[in-house]
Unconditional design. Structure first.
Length: 403
C-alpha cells in the first residue's frame, strides 16, 4: 500500500509540474530560444564538424587494424562508428529544424528539402537520436565489463575471447536496446495520409500525462540510459584498475628484460629454438592488451567526466518534480551544455582510438622522412655521371704468337 501511495503522490506531483510549468522556449521565451540557437550555430556546429573530421581520420585506421586477435578491437570499432553516428544525428537534430524554419516559402532554395524534413524527420529524428545514444552508452558499458573479464580471467579469456564472440554479444545488445526503444517509435509516432502522407506524434502518449509517460520517460529511461550505465562503468573501471595493479601478468618490464637475452642460457636456446620467438609474440600480444586497457580506461574516464553534467540534469529534474518546482532558465542552458559535452566525449574517443592503433606516430614519422628526403634531393647539386675504367689484364702464355 505504501508503494502505491508513493506512486500516486509522484504521479500527482508530475501532473502538477507538467501542467503548471509548461514552458516552451520557442513560444514563451524568445530571447532564450534565440540564445540557444546562436549557441548551437557557434558552438555545437564547429564542435560537431571537428568530431566528424577526427572520427573520419580514426576510421581510416580501421583499414589496417592492430594485430590483435581478441574481441576488444570489435568493441572499439563499434564505439567509434557509434560516435560518428551520434555526432551526425545530434547535429541534424539540433540544427536542421532551425534551418528549415527559415525555408517556408516555395521560392526559397531549400523549400523542397525542408518539406521532407517537416513531414518525416522532425518527429522521427529525436527518436533515432535516443536509439543511437542507447546503443552508444551500453556498448561502452559492455566494453568496460569485457575489459575487466579479460584482465581478471587471463587464461580463460585468452581461449574464449574471439572477434566472433564479441560480434555475437554486440548483436544481442543491439537487439535488446532496439526492443527497449520500440515503444518510442510504435506508441509515440503515427502516420497520417491526409492531406499528405507524413509522420506526426501521438498526443495521447506525448502530451497527456499517462502511466506510460510517467514510468518510461520519467523513471525508467533516466535510470537505464544514464544512471545505471554510469555506475556500471565506474565500478568496472575501478575493478579493472585494481586487477591491473594487483596482477603480476601485467609486469611488462620484467618480461621485456627476460627477453633481452641475459637471463636465458644458451643451452635453453639450443634445446628450444622457438622459445625466443614465442616469448616475443607473447610480449607483443601483452603490449597490445596493455595499450587496449589504457585506451579503454581513458575512454571510460572521459565519458564519465563529460556526461556528469547530464547526470546532474536528471537528478535536477527529479528534484523539481518532488518539490513541485518549475525549471528555470539555467536548467535549459545546462541541458544544452550537456549536449555539447556529449559531443566532446565522442570527439575525444577518436584520439583514444588513434593512439590505440598507433597510427598517428607512424604517419608523422613517414611524413617527416619523405619530406626530409624530398628537401635533401632538391637542395643537393646534380651529380655527374659515373665514369667507369676498364682494366684489361693479359695473361702470359707460352705461345709466342699470342697477343
Amino acid at each position: 500500500m505504501n508503494v502505491f501511495r508513493a506512486g500516486d503522490v509522484f504521479e500527482r506531483r508530475l501532473v502538477k509540474v507538467m501542467y503548471n510549468c509548461y514552458h516552451e522556449p520557442k513560444v514563451h521565451d524568445h530571447q532564450l530560444y534565440h540564445s540557444l540557437n546562436s549557441a548551437n550555430i557557434f558552438g555545437l556546429l564547429p564542435l560537431g564538424f571537428i568530431g566528424i573530421a577526427f572520427n573520419a581520420c580514426a576510421l581510416i585506421c580501421l583499414y589496417r587494424p592492430p594485430k590483435i586477435t581478441s574481441g576488444v578491437f570489435v568493441f572499439l570499432k563499434a564505439v567509434l562508428i557509434l560516435d560518428h553516428c551520434q555526432l551526425v544525428a545530434t547535429i541534424l537534430y539540433a540544427l536542421l529544424p532551425q534551418f528549415c524554419d527559415s525555408q517556408f516559402a516555395p521560392e526559397h532554395t531549400f523549400y523542397g528539402v525542408c518539406m521532407l524534413e517537416r513531414r518525416f524527420l522532425r518527429e522521427t529524428l529525436p527518436k533515432v537520436v535516443m536509439l543511437i545514444n542507447t546503443f552508444h552508452v551500453w556498448t561502452i558499458a559492455a566494453l568496460s565489463a569485457h575489459r575487466y573479464w579479460k584482465i581478471s580471467r587471463p587464461v580463460k579469456s585468452r581461449m574464449n575471447d574471439t572477434p566472433k564472440r564479441a560480434r555475437f554479444i554486440l548483436a544481442g545488445l543491439f537487439l535488446v536496446a532496439t526492443i527497449y526503444r520500440l515503444p518510442v517509435f510504435i506508441l509515440e509516432l503515427r502516420m497520417k495520409w491526409s492531406p499528405v502522407f507524413r509522420i506526426t506524434t501521438n498526443p495521447h502518449f506525448t502530451e497527456v500525462i499517462t502511466p506510460y509517460r510517467m514510468i518510461y520517460h520519467s523513471l525508467l529511461d533516466p535510470l537505464l540510459s544514464n544512471v545505471v550505465p554510469f555506475i556500471w562503468m565506474a565500478l568496472f573501471s575501478l575493478m579493472t584498475l585494481h586487477e591491473v595493479l594487483r596482477s603480476r601478468h601485467f609486469n611488462y618490464k620484467l618480461i621485456a628484460t627476460e627477453i633481452g637475452g641475459r637471463t636465458a642460457c644458451n643451452a635453453c636456446r639450443i634445446q628450444f629454438p622457438l622459445l625466443p620467438a614465442r616469448r616475443k609474440s607473447d610480449v607483443f600480444r601483452q603490449k597490445q592488451e596493455h595499450r587496449a586497457t589504457i585506451s579503454i580506461i581513458l575512454m571510460i574516464l572521459f565519458y564519465l567526466a563529460f556526461h556528469s553534467l547530464q547526470l546532474y540534469t536528471i537528478f535536477r529534474k527529479w528534484h523539481l518534480i518532488l518539490n513541485d518546482e518549475c525549471p528555470a532558465r539555467i536548467d535549459y542552458i545546462l541541458t544544452q551544455v550537456s549536449v555539447w559535452l556529449s559531443l566532446a566525449s565522442a570527439t575525444v574517443n577518436a584520439f583514444v582510438f588513434i593512439a590505440f592503433t598507433n597510427k598517428l606516430r607512424k604517419y608523422v614519422k613517414t611524413l617527416i622522412r619523405k619530406t626530409s628526403r624530398t628537401l635533401s634531393n632538391s637542395s643537393d647539386p646534380p651529380l655527374s655521371p659515373k665514369t667507369t675504367t676498364t682494366i684489361v689484364v693479359h695473361q702470359s702464355s707460352d705461345n709466342p704468337f699470342s697477343i
